[in-house]
Design a protein around this ligand. Structure first.
Ligand SMILES: [Zn+2]
Ligand SMILES: [Zn+2]
Length: 136
C-alpha cells in the first residue's frame, strides 16, 4: 500500500494507466472508499461526505498540482436524468461537475439539492461554462 502511494506521488501518469479501481481513505472524513459499488469505473469523490480532491485539469487526466479539497456545493440533474455533484476547490476555486455514484450518501445529496442555487459561490458564468463542458 505504501509502495503504491509512493509510486503515485512520483509518477503523475499513474492514473492514466490505472483507472480509479483502487481503494483509498477519504482525506476529509476518513471514510474507506472502495470503487466497487460505485456503479461506474470513475470514483472521484467520497460517497460519505461527497468531498473530492482537485487532481484533474480536465476530467481524468490527474495533471493538476493543486490537490486541494473540493467541497460539494450543489447537485444538478443532467439532460439524461443523471445526477451530478458540483465541486468547488477550496484552494484555487475551480468548479467541476461529477456524476454521482450508486452508493453516494443519499441524505448528503438531498441536503445539497435543497441548498439555494443562487448562492454567490456559483456565478452564472461558471454554471454556463460548466454545463457546456459537461454536456459537450
Ligand atoms: Zn469523505
Ligand atoms: Zn484546486
Amino acid at each position: 500500500m505504501n509502495r503504491e502511494n509512493k509510486k503515485r506521488k512520483y509518477d503523475r501518469r499513474y492514473f492514466r494507466t490505472h483507472p480509479c479501481t483502487d481503494a483509498f481513505t477519504c482525506k476529509v472524513c476518513g471514510w474507506p472508499v472502495v470503487s466497487t459499488g460505485a456503479g461506474s469505473s470513475h470514483r472521484n469523490h467520497c460517497p460519505n461526505c461527497l468531498y473530492s480532491i482537485h487532481l484533474d485539469n480536465s476530467p481524468g487526466d490527474r495533471e493538476s498540482g493543486c490537490h486541494g479539497r473540493m467541497e460539494p456545493i450543489g447537485v444538478w440533474v443532467r439532460k439524461n436524468g443523471e445526477w451530478a455533484v458540483i465541486h468547488r476547490c477550496t484552494v484555487c476555486g475551480k468548479i467541476s461537475s461529477n456524476r454521482t455514484a450508486a452508493d453516494d450518501n443519499p441524505m448528503k445529496l438531498m441536503a445539497l439539492a435543497m441548498r439555494p442555487f443562487g448562492s454567490p459561490a456559483i456565478s452564472q458564468k461558471n454554471i454556463k461554462n460548466m454545463t457546456i463542458t459537461m454536456e459537450g
